[in-house]
Design a protein around this ligand. Structure first.
Ligand code: B4P
Length: 191
């Protein structure tokens, strides 16, 4: 099984590249951001709590996010692999993912981090905000999301570094050029 963690700051292209990875490798896509936005759209209690947190650019609690991931793993027991998009975002989430996958005799094959300079992230997210009206794609929230990433999420890279499962990929340039770099690092774990 191929289990990929796609990692990077907000606006680094995780959602964009996930679509291409799924198409090529037939993996099940699990995006915690998308799952949370579905809860918001359905106006569930969880969604109402999450919206407030997401609009500030903070992280939703580990226990909520981990519960959502466990449900998805159970729902797709017959999957040939997963792509985790935007998860784990804390070291606690990374530890819990390891435990959850162990329950299915699985593990993370590779964590790919997309590297993009801050100015480019801000530019991309402001553009998306204009085009889609996504409520957390405004200048103030974007700044906080990037700060939260640097403070709470970057340590996840050290977690996978220690297991020799972390590969950095240049996330600038055309979407296809970035995808070629991603397939190159994936080909090394598939040998
Ligand atoms: P996410 O939905 O994960 O949002 P994101 O970090 O902005 O990434 P996304 O995948 O949407 O954007 P992408 O970079 O592809 O999280 C939203 C919020 O949910 C978080 O702030 C948090 O509150 C909460 N949350 C989610 N997961 C959580 C967790 N595990 N724990 C706790 N809280 C959690 O793309 C951005 C834009 O760039 C797009 O418009 C795209 O078209 C453009 N783009 C992509 N590649 C490009 C390229 N090469 N060139 C130019 N533009 C490009």
């Amino acid at each position: 099984m191929l289990n990929i963690v796609l990692f990077g700051p907000p606006g680094s292209g995780k959602g964009t590249q996930s679509e291409k990875i799924i198409e090529k490798y037939g993996l099940v896509h699990i995006s915690t951001g998308d799952l949370l936005r579905e809860e918001v759209a359905a106006k569930t209690d969880l969604g109402m709590q999450a919206k407030e947190i997401m609009d500030k650019g903070e992280l939703v609690s580990d226990s909520i996010v981990i519960g959502m991931i466990r449900n998805k793993l159970e729902e797709h027991r017959d999957a040939s692999g997963f792509i985790f998009d935007g998860f784990p975002r804390t070291v606690e989430q990374a530890r819990e993912l390891r435990k959850a996958l162990t329950d299915y005799d699985q593990s993370v094959s590779l964590m790919i981090s997309l590297e993009v300079p801050r100015e480019e992230l801000v530019k991309r997210l402001l553009k998306r905000g204009e085009e889609t009206g996504r409520s957390d794609d405004n200048l103030e929230t974007i700044g906080n999301r990037i700060d939260v990433y640097n403070r709470q999420t970057i340590p996840v890279t050290y977690y996978y570094d220690k297991m020799h499962k972390h590969a950095s990929v240049d996330g600038t340039g055309s979407i296809d050029a970035i995808f070629d770099r991603i397939t190159e690092v994936i080909s090394k774990v598939q040998i």
